[in-house]
Design a protein around this ligand. Structure first.
Ligand code: APR
Ligand code: PHB
Length: 390
């Protein structure tokens, strides 16, 4: 089989890239290790910045997102038992974010790809990338007992943090930066109305909590838990009890609880691999970088990589110019590091760190008090939250 761009991974990065390239008349094949249902079963982020909304539109798959997505112009920060709204819309000159689950975005992209008859190989085993430092890169995989080869011009490594693309690069060609946080997020999804009409990020002496949503009838809540915690140890009742204790009295009163649809624990990590290009292979999304979820930057960073990569590949084929491909890694990394900084800072501000004692809580509260009462401080949060300019 031959294609122009072989894409490894059918998460949001790979699917969005495939759709944008298709619109420009560029052929792709996507190889994905899991089944489509498995990919859709993963509950991930839920907040889209304008860059992601625009790309969905550009890819021609934005209709349902505009119908069902919920526009938010602010977030609440809760500390010392009181909530303070950051008016993102006013502080950024009219920008907003949109609540639209990654699962829904992925489904829209998958359906569009299938409707256009574009090739996606699901349940591809032993995917390997070859010759990306030559003019003739290849991707091989096993399916139905046979080894298949895809010859291509370029490989897009959209295969997430545990993927094969970054892992295939010689260790000497790559620099990895990593911080693992000493806690995780226990998430619960339920068909209950959200406790508030915008998100609540809560700093509590019992640990961080987040009240988010997927729709007006589906809520997503998170609790900071020790890394050693097991999801089996958390009944729904235990979750709701703990959440209540981390909320303010007004929220506690209106919180509607119910049976969980999904419950899982995710570790928190900051990670960047530099560079993001190796000859004719380009990394995009979680394959190259991970942010802790405080601030909801992961999906939006992936979308920005895809914007730059699709633009550069389109320029290559349309104009025979490699200048955008040559600057791809540097342009992405500049933005990636700023989002890494914000996500790390917001995480540090909102969580309880074991071993840091009571003084850390007091210092966080003082910083939060400063931020919500200073226009400059509030603006810093708002402009990072909606996404820094491209
Ligand atoms: N071969 C083929 N596919 C692979 C391989 C492999 N060796 N390894 C992983 N994959 C697939 C995974 O099964 C997954 O479907 O690559 C896909 C990567 O998808 P994501 O992990 O979702 O990463 P990405 O598409 O970059 O999405 C960006 O934004 O909200 C954040 O972290 C969140 O996933 C989200 C990310
Ligand atoms: C989510 O809804 O899953 C979500 C929202 C905001 C975050 C992280 C996760 O910062």
């Amino acid at each position: 089989m031959r294609t122009q761009v072989a894409i490894v991974g059918a998460g949001p990065s790979g699917l969005l890239l495939g759709q944008l390239l298709h619109k420009a008349g560029i052929d792709t094949v996507i190889v994905e290790r899991q089944s489509g249902d498995y990919v859709l079963g993963r509950i991930r982020a839920g907040i889209l910045e304008q860059v992601s909304i625009d790309l969905m539109d550009e890819a021609g798959v934005g209709a349902r997102m505009h119908r069902e997505g919920i526009v938010h112009g602010g977030i609440d920060l809760l500390f010392k038992g009181e909530r303070h709204r950051i008016d993102i819309h006013a502080l950024t000159g009219g920008k907003n974010v949109m609540v639209y689950g990654q699962t829904e975005l992925t489904r829209d992209l998958m359906e569009a790809r299938a409707a256009e008859g574009l090739p996606t190989v699901y349940e591809a085993a032993n995917v390997q990338v070859h010759g990306f430092d030559t003019e003739t890169p290849r991707v091989t995989y096993e399916k139905d007992g046979t080894t298949h080869t895809i010859d291509c011009d370029f490989i897009a490594g959209c295969d997430g943090f545990h993927g094969v693309c970054r892992a295939s690069v010689p260790r000497t060609a790559l620099h990895e930066y990593e911080k693992v946080y000493p806690f995780g997020w226990l998430g619960l999804l339920s068909d209950t109305p959200p406790v508030h009409d915008e998100l609540i990020y809560a700093n509590s002496s019992r640990g961080f909590a987040l009240c988010s949503m997927r729709s007006h009838t589906r809520s997503r809540y998170y609790l900071q838990v020790p890394l050693t915690e097991k999801v089996e140890n958390w009944s729904d009742d235990a979750f709701w009890d703990e959440l209540r204790q981390r909320l303010d009295p007004a929220a506690r009163q209106v919180l509607v609880t119910g049976a969980s649809i999904e419950k899982s624990i995710a570790p928190l990590r900051s990670f960047v691999a530099e560079p993001m290009r190796f000859g004719r292979m380009f990394l995009a999304g979680d394959a190259a970088h991970i942010v802790p979820p405080t601030g909801a930057k992961g999906l939006n960073l992936a979308a920005t990589d895809v914007k730059y990569l699709s633009g550069a590949l389109i320029e290559h084929y349309a104009e025979r110019s490699d200048s955008a491909l040559d600057t791809y890694s540097d342009r992405c990394l500049r933005r990636v590091w700023k989002a890494e900084r914000f996500s790390w800072w917001f995480t540090s501000l909102m969580h309880r760190f074991p071993d840091e004692g009571e003084i850390a809580q007091k210092l966080q509260e003082a910083e939060l008090d400063y931020l919500v009462h200073s226009e400059a401080g509030s603006k810093t949060i708002a402009e990072n939250y909606v996404g820094l300019p491209l």
